[in-house]
Design a protein around this ligand. Structure first.
Ligand SMILES: Cc1ncc(COP(=O)(O)O)c(C=O)c1O
Length: 361
């Protein structure tokens, strides 16, 4: 008998079967719950994106532009890149899968720092490849530890900057030094899903580093800053050669027509971007102050989310908060069982989070 799947898939842990908020509320007998669990934009979607999507709805009987020409052209103008160096995806998640399908074969090896975004490992193991994880040092990616994990079979290195779930960042000179040191036949995927939230100086920017390291693949998304997580649209930058290979592998209509229209409009929505960034900075100040007052340790972030160390363990606090209608993330699957992760919400949501945490503790 042939086996149904392979060892990599056998070892995967299924994504926790979440329920729609409406269903949870019904089961728990609560109303008006709030969600601070998925690093989404609490302001809602970019209003300009919503208008553009509404305008495009009537064309839904047509397939999307498979080349994503107008969005790539708009991104090209935004970032000073030719469209041949840009690729679109059904969320940046799809691009993580695409780079793996394009470059990795079974038996090859990948390195990540851990804890990090869980999707990298899932995709690599599904491809029948091996994943090594370099532990963080004081909640930061330790590039020396990542370097130590490289072996002759290493094909891809995933670096998440800022890193989810820690919110830590790598400086430009740190990452540049690393890229100059590693074998030049390794593809480095630099996932910048939260880069727009960074306020620290001299943080590494993939766009600058591409000139230094030809096999760099930089990932960005419209899911966070632009509030379009449900639309599923992300993008990536790389050399023409790497993009060409990925274009051969990808599904022809992977970026849908509403997503393309919404994303173009979102890039012009400067007011929404400014409001979001202000909300996040003010929210972080409020939340940090509330936690300091409670004497709870937390990890300062460069993003719209952060880790909090809680008594009784993250899972217990997650359950207690859930019963009060505050949905957060427990961090046991990230190997941080004493922590929860929350994202910044609206001011009233942040207040409710602090109030409820005090209550359940
Ligand atoms: C680090 C990181 N990369 C990528 C993504 C995926 O984003 P998208 O919605 O573009 O697939 C997320 C979403 O949570 C993330 O945290």
């Amino acid at each position: 008998m042939k086996s149904l799947t392979h060892q990599g898939v056998e070892e995967l842990i299924p994504y926790p079967p979440g329920k729609p908020i409406e269903e949870l509320e019904r089961e728990l007998g609560i109303k008006n719950s709030i969600k601070l669990a998925s690093n989404e934009n609490p302001l809602g979607p970019s209003p300009m994106a919503v208008r553009a999507i509404m305008d495009r709805v009537h064309g839904l009987h047509r397939y999307p532009d498979g080349s994503g020409y107008y969005l790539k052209e708009r991104l090209g103008r935004e970032f000073g890149l030719p469209i041949e160096q840009i690729i679109l995806g059904n969320g940046s998640n799809e691009l993580i899968e695409l780079i793996v399908r394009t470059c990795l074969t079974s038996g090859e090896h990948v390195v990540q720092a851990f804890p990090t975004f869980l999707v990298y490992e899932k995709v690599v193991k599904s491809a029948g490849a091996m994943m090594s994880s370099a532990p963080l040092s004081d909640f930061r990616i330790d590039l020396n530890a990542v370097y130590e994990k490289i072996n002759p079979k290493t094909k891809i290195i995933f670096i998440n900057n800022p890193n989810n779930p820690t919110g830590s960042v790598l400086k430009k000179d740190q990452l540049l030094g690393f890229l100059r040191r590693i074998p030049t036949d390794i593809v480095v995927v630099l996932d910048e899903a939260y880069i727009e939230f960074v306020t620290e100086e001299d943080v590494a920017q993939g766009l600058d580093l591409m000139k230094e390291y030809p096999l760099l693949f930089v990932l960005r998304t419209f899911s966070k800053l632009y509030g379009l997580a449900g639309l599923r649209i992300g993008y990536g930058f790389a050399s023409e050669r790497l993009i060409d290979y990925m274009n051969r592998v990808r599904q022809p209509f992977n970026a849908n027509s509403l997503a393309q229209a919404g994303a173009i409009a979102a890039l012009d929505d400067r007011q929404f971007v400014a409001r979001t960034l202000k909300l996040v900075q003010e929210g972080l100040r409020f939340l940090y102050a509330g936690l300091d007052e409670m004497g709870l340790p937390f990890v300062r972030t460069q993003t719209n989310f952060f880790l909090i160390k809680v008594p009784h363990g993250g899972k217990e606090i997650y359950n207690r908060m859930l019963k009060q209608g505050v949905i957060i993330r427990s961090m046991d699957s990230y190997g941080l069982p004493e922590f929860i992760r929350i994202n910044v919400g609206l001011p009233e949501e942040n207040e409710r989070f602090i109030r409820t945490l005090k209550k359940v503790l």
